[in-house]
Every structure is written in C-alpha cells, then in structure tokens.
Design a protein around this ligand. Structure first.
Ligand SMILES: Cc1cc2nc3c(=O)[nH]c(=O)nc-3n(C[C@H](O)[C@H](O)[C@H](O)COP(=O)(O)OP(=O)(O)OC[C@H]3O[C@@H](n4cnc5c(N)ncnc54)[C@H](O)[C@@H]3O)c2cc1C
Length: 394
C-alpha cells in the first residue's frame, strides 16, 4: 500500500502532531475536533530530553522557541510572599522543573495547527458519532451527518476520549485518579509578576496556588491544586467547576483570594481531576489511540505533551514502516512507547503523592530517582526511519 487515509479525532497536541508525521510519511489525513475552533489556554507545558529532538525533526524548533513563555525560573514562597526555594530554567541543562522550552499548551497547539493546516483536512465543531470496522477499513459517521471510509482511525481526544469509550469501553475502566484536582486560568497581571513563577503551598492542607508569567506581560496564568480523593468532577460543567474551586480554596492564604476574584472574567478556564490512563492495549484492529487518550501520565508528570509528541513520531513512523498494515504498525509503536510511558506515569504518581501529602515522607532513594527521571526524559529510541517515505526529505 503506498499510503493510507487516516482520521484523527482531536486537535490539541497529539492530533496535529500525528497529522504532521502521517502527512510526511505519505498518508492523507483528516482531523476532526469537537470544539468550534482551536482551544486556547492551559498551563505551560515543557519539552525536555528526547521531546526536544522530535520538535527539531519536525522543523519547528524556532517556531516553538519563538512562542515560549521565557520563564526564568520558579520561587516557592511562604504565605507572606517570602522566597523559600528557587529553581532556575538553566538547572539540569534546561531539563529541570522549569524547562528551557516551556510554552503554553494553547500556543503549542497553534504552532502545530499552523504547520499542518495546508496539507491536512480539519473539521472543527464536529465529532465521530459512530464507527464500524471490517477487514479493509473503517466506516465513520460524523455528528454533522458526513459519512466517510478510512483505512485507520486514531483517537487523540484527550483524557476523556470518546473514541476510547466507543472502541474500548467506559472511561471508568481506564482512568486512575491520583487524588488531586488542578485548575488553570489567566488573570490580569496586577501582581507585578516578572519572569519568575511564584508558588505557595499550604503545608497542612496540601492546597497550592501559583502565578506564572506568560508571553503577554499584561496577564499571568494562575494555577490551583487541592487534594480531592474519591470524587468525580463533571468535566463539562464549567460553572460547577468554578463553584467547586471557590469552596475548596476558601481560606487559602497568600494571593489566592485576589486571584479567585478573576474567576468569572477569565477567557480560558480549565479544571480537571489529576488522572492517568492505564490500558492493556492502545489499538483494536484499525482503531488506535495516542496522547492522553491512550496513556495520560497526568499534569503531575510534566510530560503529557512530551509523550504526545514522541508518540506521534513513532506511530506514524511505525505505521509507514509496516506499509500501513495496522496490526504490525500499532504493535511496534506500542512496544517502543510502553516503557517510556510507564516511567513518566511513575513520576506523575510520585509527584501527586508528594503534593497530596498522602504518605509520610520517607527518605527517597536518590540513585533510583535519578535513574527514573533519566528513563522518563530520554529512555526511548527514536529510529531514523531511513527507508520510510518522508516528504520533507524529497
Ligand atoms: C483546554 C485544555 C487545557 C489544558 N491544560 C492543561 C494544563 O494546564 N496542564 C496540563 O498538564 N495539561 C493540560 N491539558 C492537557 C494536555 O494538553 C495534554 O496532557 C497533553 O498535551 C496531551 O495532549 P492530547 O492532544 O493527547 O490531549 P488534549 O490536550 O486533552 O486534547 C484533546 C483534544 O481533543 C478534543 N476532543 C475531545 N473530545 C473529542 C471528540 N469526541 N471528538 C473530537 N475532538 C475531541 C478536545 O477538545 C481537545 O482539543 C489541557 C488540555 C486542554 C484541551
């Protein structure tokens, strides 16, 4: 087979990144996104280790760097704003807590979309309503009524993936809650924030508030986390989420009350339970998953975007190397990705436990921790796929 027609659900990070690589490998790509337009907002996401190499191979290093937040580092502060600890962007050769490639999720999504919009068909404000696969292809019905047949369908539709529910089972079966809720939204920068992120953690409760500089210096990104074991947030009810946030953060000190005053006038509110996705398989026949839909490591790993970008490179490469034969292509992608995903999920769980204060602090085994971080940043090979078509090489 010389190419393939692929439908991708979701146009955030994993979807457009996969579209980039599938197109370069010779596929015809359609992306369907439920939101009416590219969704703005979200916290800054970091590119570390091997993810930087994927961005370089995409030819997007300068576009990504131009859209970076330019954060110099982070100060943790006490309730009065006194600095307790400092982390710098240049720590760990740029791969530290604040990475030197740090970009708002919405800005990265825009870079990836701009890069692919001319060779990829995008449908916004639509989604897959039903699909049926047979030995040769997948018949898809979109909610708008459009019917099409594809060779492959890939879900890049995030933590609450509808495609996963359709093809693999209900989300409760795959979601692993880590006992925390996380919220982000932008606020006017009335706090005199410069290039440093400020974070306050209330020791006794595990609640935290932070302010992060963004490229638009007139605004800042606010972040809150609070422990919340055992309840489920309705991820579509934004007003309910705001009420929940106010109730859970009542009495939190530092700048929290002033930040909360902007809850009703923010253009880009995001709140979700901190959760991971654990699945035994990421594909079934001609239907596969990528990004948070398949293997969310949670924002606590700081690597969800990295996994999405690396996964996109490998999935397109392996499918093309297998001449678009789904069983072989999906299986090799999964074999390569799994250990990398597992290391990042382990980091996500460790970080969430530390934040939620769920366990007494034990002395960490520093050698084991260093080895785990190294596996999470660089523990995956990126094949060159020298014998596989690449339109950028022509
Ligand atoms: C608005 C937003 C804000 C976020 N903020 C943060 C953050 O602050 N910190 C953080 O660590 N992570 C955040 N995330 C998640 C982060 O983007 C992912 O962890 C990571 O980048 C992997 O991305 P993904 O493309 O796999 O999934 P996601 O980024 O979750 O994207 C999924 C995409 O699929 C779309 N979609 C959902 N259902 C359907 C459907 N049925 N059909 C078609 N499209 C569908 C969504 O609208 C979205 O565009 C955010 C995601 C979104 C969408």
């Amino acid at each position: 087979m010389s190419g393939s027609r692929v439908l991708v659900a979701g146009a955030s990070i994993a979807g457009p990144a996969l579209a980039h690589w599938l197109r370069r490998r010779g596929a015809e790509v359609t992306v369907v996104e439920r939101a009416p337009r590219l969704r703005p907002g979200g916290q800054a996401v970091d590119a570390r280790g091997v993810t930087k190499e994927v961005i370089r191979r995409m030819g997007l290093e300068s576009a990504v760097r131009a859209a970076c937040t330019g954060t110099a580092g982070a100060h943790t502060v006490d309730a009065d704003g006194n600095v307790v600890e400092t982390f710098r962007a240049e720590d760990n050769a740029g791969d530290g807590f604040i990475a030197d490639i740090e970009i708002l999720r919405g800005d990265l999504s825009q870079v990836l979309y701009d890069d692919t919009r001319n060779g990829v068909e995008y449908f916004f404000g639509d989604q897959i309503a039903g699909l049926a696969q047979d030995a040769d292809g997948v018949d898809v019905r979109l909610e708008s009524g459009e019917r099409r047949r594809f060779d492959l369908v890939v879900g890049a539709d995030g933590l609450h993936s509808s495609l996963r529910a359709m093809a693999f089972g209900p989300r409760e079966r795959f979601l692993r809650h880590l006992g925390l809720v996380l919220a982000f939204y932008s606020v006017p920068n009335e706090f005199g924030l410069d290039r440093w992120l400020l974070e306050y953690q209330e020791p006794e409760s595990g609640r935290a508030a932070a302010l992060r500089p963004i490229r638009d210096a007139t605004r800042a990104m606010a972040m809150f986390t609070f422990p919340a074991a055992g309840f489920d947030v309705d991820y579509r009810d934004v007003e309910g989420q705001k009420r929940l946030l106010r109730a859970q953060l009542a009495g939190l000190g530092w700048l929290a009350p002033r930040i909360l005053e902007h809850l009703d006038d923010t253009p880009d509110f995001y709140l979700d339970q901190v959760a991971q996705v654990a699945m035994e398989r990421w594909s079934d026949g001609r239907v596969g998953l990528i990004g948070d839909a398949a293997f969310s490591s949670s924002p606590m790993s700081g690597q969800g975007t990295g996994l999405a970008l690396v996964g996109a490179y490998l999935l397109a490469g392996e499918l093309a190397a297998a001449e678009w034969e789904p069983a072989a292509g999906f299986a090799r992608y999964e074999t390569r990705m799994r250990p990398f995903v597992e290391a990042n999920q382990e980091i996500g769980r460790l970080h969430a436990r530390m934040r939620a204060g769920a366990e007494p602090h034990e002395e960490p085994d520093m050698a084991a921790l260093t080895a785990l971080v190294e596996r999470a940043l660089n523990g995956i090979e990126l094949p060159e796929y020298a014998g596989v078509p690449d339109s950028a090489r022509l």
